[in-house]
Design a protein. Structure first.
Lengths: 160, 113
């Protein structure tokens, strides 16, 4: 992953340290926590947009999602014009859940009953189901998708 | 078309089959953020994280849940074949809902709050 970190006289060392720690985390030589602690030691309210972007990208890459969220919130506020920061903020952001007025889907209950009764007969296989009706089986998802994608409500899944 | 996400040891991110990703309205290769070394069932994948992908959990009893979330879409190497289902992930999706799993009866209970 490209890491764009600019150096200034004031903050260059700590950012270089952060990249160094990130690379060591990627090599499993350090835990992700080390990166989080190092990042939390930096005053991000004084960094430029490229540095924030690089830090968010690194945090995402090592699954430090809480840190990525914190940094993207700072970035959104400080650099509202930065499309890249807005994009990263959406990636780690929390969208609202909407309770739908639709449902229940009776065919899903039928499918669940079929799975409980017959799944063990098809272990490892892909199955296409319309309710409790077995439409077909295959060794790959593609085969079933090609055959049955036009059918509304078809369930294609692998038996595991 | 319905598609069951696999719910055994949920991964960090939701995962969308690259075949189905090609049917999205957006070009995920353009709008996605590179994400590397995502291990799925022991295999290492590179790909893209794409935000605002519509996700619906359809209910056999009660109401569906609708949302949009970030999903990982694998970018397959020439030697790789994708033969896995879609997965429900923790970050950006499961973390936002209430859920419980009944493994004996193979049931997934969910709610918004």
């Amino acid at each position: 992953m490209p890491v764009a970190v600019t150096n200034t006289e004031t903050h260059g060392d700590e950012r270089d340290d952060l990249v160094s720690i990130y690379l060591r985390v990627r090599e499993n030589a350090l835990p992700a926590r080390a990166f989080v602690e190092a990042a939390q030691g930096i005053d991000w309210t004084t960094q430029d947009a490229d540095d924030l972007i690089a830090a968010i990208q690194m945090a995402i890459q090592i699954d430090a999602i809480r840190l990525a969220r914190e940094l993207s919130e700072i970035g959104k506020e400080r650099f509202p014009e930065s499309a890249q920061i807005q994009k990263l903020a959406k990636i780690v952001g929390i969208a609202p859940i909407i309770k739908s007025s639709t449902g229940p889907h009776p065919k899903l209950a039928d499918t669940a009953r079929w799975m409980n009764a017959h799944a063990s007969e098809y272990f490892g296989m892909w199955v296409a189901l319309d309710g409790d009706k077995l439409l077909g089986t295959a060794k790959s998802y593609d085969e079933l998708l090609d055959k049955f994608r036009q059918i509304d409500d078809v369930v294609i899944t692998q038996i595991v | 078309m319905l598609d069951l996400g696999i719910f055994l040891r949920p991964p960090r991110w939701c995962i969308l089959s690259p075949l189905e990703a090609n049917r999205l309205e957006v070009n995920y290769r353009v709008v996605g953020e590179p994400y590397e070394n995502f291990i799925i069932r022991g295999v290492r994948y590179n790909g893209r994280l794409c935000s605002e992908i519509p996700i619906t959990i359809e209910a056999s009893q009660g109401r569906d849940l609708l949302s949009s979330g970030t999903v990982f879409i694998p970018e397959l190497e020439p030697t790789q074949v994708w033969n896995l289902p879609n997965f429900i992930g923790l970050t950006g999706f499961l973390e936002r809902i209430r859920f419980a799993v009944d493994p004996f009866d193979n049931l997934f209970y969910f709610g918004a709050d």
